[in-house]
Design a protein around this ligand. Structure first.
Ligand code: GLP
Length: 258
């Protein structure tokens, strides 16, 4: 399988990463309308969405002609429940911007038939003409979306069992350990790789090992994010601490650049 080195940019801290990532999305919203975005949840994305909200309020961008597909949602968590990814997206982005509600799509974690919901979601993405720019975070175990280690690179949107490490990382959104969901519905690795362009964002020292495995480790299912090296149009944006375990530096803006 042909591999493509991602474009890697290392900037000082999480704020600088949010600024650069927001600039990429703002550029896309200005250049290409209608645009279909792929969106992610998580602490990494919060300062980035805050910048998109500020830019929208300032009249610099509009989501009027945009559509979005979120990567994933917990199974069995109602959209109104504060731990859901729908609630996260409402709070941090959707309720503040002018994207028509019916075009802000997230898999339905309450669907009675999750396999049918997954197939419906794939069909919706295809009907929208695919994803132009997909925003991705990375789990400490190398997951993308909720594609846990072992996920097949040919996988499509489906139900997945969450690793205990992932449940621990995400426990903060739930009142107690027992309420942390065990299952989720996620775009598959192949669904992610179908996006025309991908922007992976990682901040903080707890992501350093996963970032190094994704970029410099073997390409394989042990690290789902390593699949991004099969894509050819991927930007990786890290702060210094998330980039700390990379060996083959320098990268763009690398302070250690010779
Ligand atoms: C999750 C999401 C991922 C996200 C990752 C990292 O739970 N399913 O899409 O990228 O964890 O999240 P954080 O930014 O909070 O570290």
């Amino acid at each position: 399988m042909k591999q493509y080195p991602p474009r890697i940019e290392v900037v000082g801290n999480a704020d600088a990463v949010a600024e650069r990532a927001a600039a990429t999305i703002i550029g896309q919203l200005r250049d290409r309308q209608p645009v279909t975005l792929g969106l992610a949840t998580g602490a990494t994305m919060t300062p980035l969405y805050a910048r998109l909200v500020t830019a929208t309020r300032a009249g610099l961008i509009s989501f009027r002609a945009a559509s979005s597909f979120n990567l994933d949602e917990y199974v069995g968590v109602a959209p109104q429940s504060p731990g859901s990814f729908r609630a996260y997206m409402q709070e941090h982005l959707f309720r503040h911007v002018d994207m028509p509600a019916e075009r802000a799509r997230i898999p339905d974690g309450m669907a009675a038939d999750v396999a049918a919901e997954a197939a419906r979601y794939e069909a919706q993405i295809a009907a929208a003409g695919g994803i132009d720019l997909l925003l991705l975070g990375i789990g400490t175990n190398g997951h993308i979306g909720f594609n846990e280690p072992g996920s097949d690179f040919a996988s499509r949107t489906r139900e997945i069992r969450l690793d205990e490490a992932t449940r621990t990382a995400n426990a903060g959104s739930f009142p107690d350990r027992a309420s942390v969901p065990r299952r989720a519905i996620t775009m598959g690795v192949a669904t992610i790789l179908d996006a025309k362009r991908i922007l992976l964002v990682a901040t903080g020292p707890e992501k350093a090992a996963a970032v190094a495995a994704a970029i410099e480790g073997p390409v394989g299912t042990a690290c789902p994010a390593s699949a991004l090296r099969l894509h050819g149009n991927v930007d990786v944006l890290c702060d210094e601490s998330a980039a700390a375990a990379l060996v083959n530096r320098p990268y763009t803006n690398d302070r250690r650049r010779a």
